[in-house]
Design a binder for this molecule. Structure first.
Ligand code: AGP
Length: 372
């Protein structure tokens, strides 16, 4: 009913709008005033976490994109080797796991069969499993050694939005906690990341307030056949997420690529007027990454692409190559997916509406996939 949707036309719109609160709720009580992580609820004893030699993340769909981003954060902040693997692939290739492996299973519903099977397999091999989950008491957390709930509140729309952002926050918390427990020598970078994480809800809110041009743009693209998405570093999983949202909601051909892979094949797809969404990393600090993507944008634009550029506010170097510029607030690179994904959700939702699709219940899809 309309009341359930809080005045919005679709649950998806309501859930997109709820993201600042969802993100704040995931953080609530988990970082103290001194910037320490308080995750006693993670019932894997500190001595076990200190011995972890490898982290393996298993998940499906959108949750796997959160896992890909988590890999960057975990390796960068803790120096523990980390892999992300699609849960449906994991179990069938005889993965190497032991008592020192920490498996993180990410699932909104907690009922995804592929993810459940992957975690059962991991536990049989002696690995410890930490679930990151949004649904209290669901099967995946029940069968795991520990759980960190995302507290996003119920997500009704099939397309995952607020669950994704809160999965990211939970992953950052786990990464920071692992570093804290293991006594990783942290410089100022970590303290500033923790501070910025505490302010991220406000930034997500800012993004939401500036989405009208994104909706207008989406409407002009309703008759396109294909949209491509490019990103580097954590912008790459964001590109994959943007493409997935468009496939499931707009039923359009959409693909995400690592921008560095362009010249290894995908650039052949670029022709006059193909919309290409590019996620640009912050120009601060990691300027090499930024410079590389700017030249990628120039390359595709020279071949006729219509460039839709998501970049940090005030990033003047990209503006001349952007047919459409979507500005997002400045964040540390690793946190950027929290703000960069939001315009892509809005974009897909609006395109779906413009194409007359059922936003909350896309064809052929179920909210939780309880079969393998
Ligand atoms: C996302 O928009 C999808 N509907 C889907 O990829 C989903 O994220 C995936 O099925 C995993 O679900 P889970 O988080 O409940 O395990």
């Amino acid at each position: 009913s309309a009341a359930e949707k809080g005045g919005y036309d679709y649950f998806m719109l309501k859930e997109i709008a709820e993201q600042p609160k969802a993100v704040a709720d995931t953080l609530l009580g988990r970082i103290d005033l001194a910037g320490n992580l308080c995750l006693d609820e993670v019932r894997i004893p500190a001595p076990v976490l200190r011995e972890v030699s490898k982290v393996v993340i298993v998940a499906c769909g959108t949750a796997s994109h959160a896992g890909m981003i988590a890999k960057y954060a975990i390796e960068h902040w803790t120096r523990i080797p980390c892999e992300m693997e699609l849960a449906s692939e994991f179990r069938y290739r005889d993965p190497i796991l032991d008592q020192r492996t920490l498996v993180i299973a990410i699932s909104q519903s907690g009922e995804t069969m592929d993810t459940l099977m992957a975690l059962r397999h991991a536990r049989e091999q002696g690995a410890k499993v930490l679930a990151i989950c949004n649904t209290n008491g669901s099967t995946i957390p029940r069968e795991s050694d520990a759980v960190l709930y995302t507290h996003a509140g119920p997500e009704v729309a099939v397309a995952s939005t607020k669950a994704f952002l809160t999965q990211l926050v939970a992953c950052y918390l786990v990464a920071l906690y692992l570093g804290q427990v293991r006594g990783t020598k942290w410089g100022d970078e970590i303290l500033s990341v923790i501070r910025e994480l505490s302010e991220i809800a406000t930034q997500v809110e800012e993004v939401l307030e500036t989405m009208e041009p994104v909706r207008e743009l989406a409407r002009t693209l309703a008759d396109k056949n294909t949209v491509l998405f490019l990103g580097r570093h954590v912008g790459y999983p964001v590109a994959l997420e943007g493409a997935l949202k468009l496939k499931e909601l707009a039923y359009m051909h959409a693909e995400g690529f690592a921008a560095g892979e362009l010249k290894h094949g995908p650039i052949a797809l670029i022709e006059q007027d193909v919309p290409v969404v590019v996620v640009v990393p912050s120009p601060r600090g990691r300027s090499v990454l930024h410079d590389k993507i700017v030249s990628n944008i120039q390359e595709i634009r020279a071949r006729g692409a219509r460039t839709i550029v998501i970049a940090e506010r005030g990033d003047e170097t990209v503006a001349p190559y952007a047919d459409h510029l979507i500005e997002i607030p400045a964040t540390p690179t690793l946190l950027q997916p929290l703000v960069a994904t939001v315009p892509l959700q809005v974009f897909a939702c609006e395109l779906a509406t413009a194409r007359g699709n059922e936003v909350d219940q896309p064809r052929n899809l179920a909210k939780s996939v309880t079969v393998e």
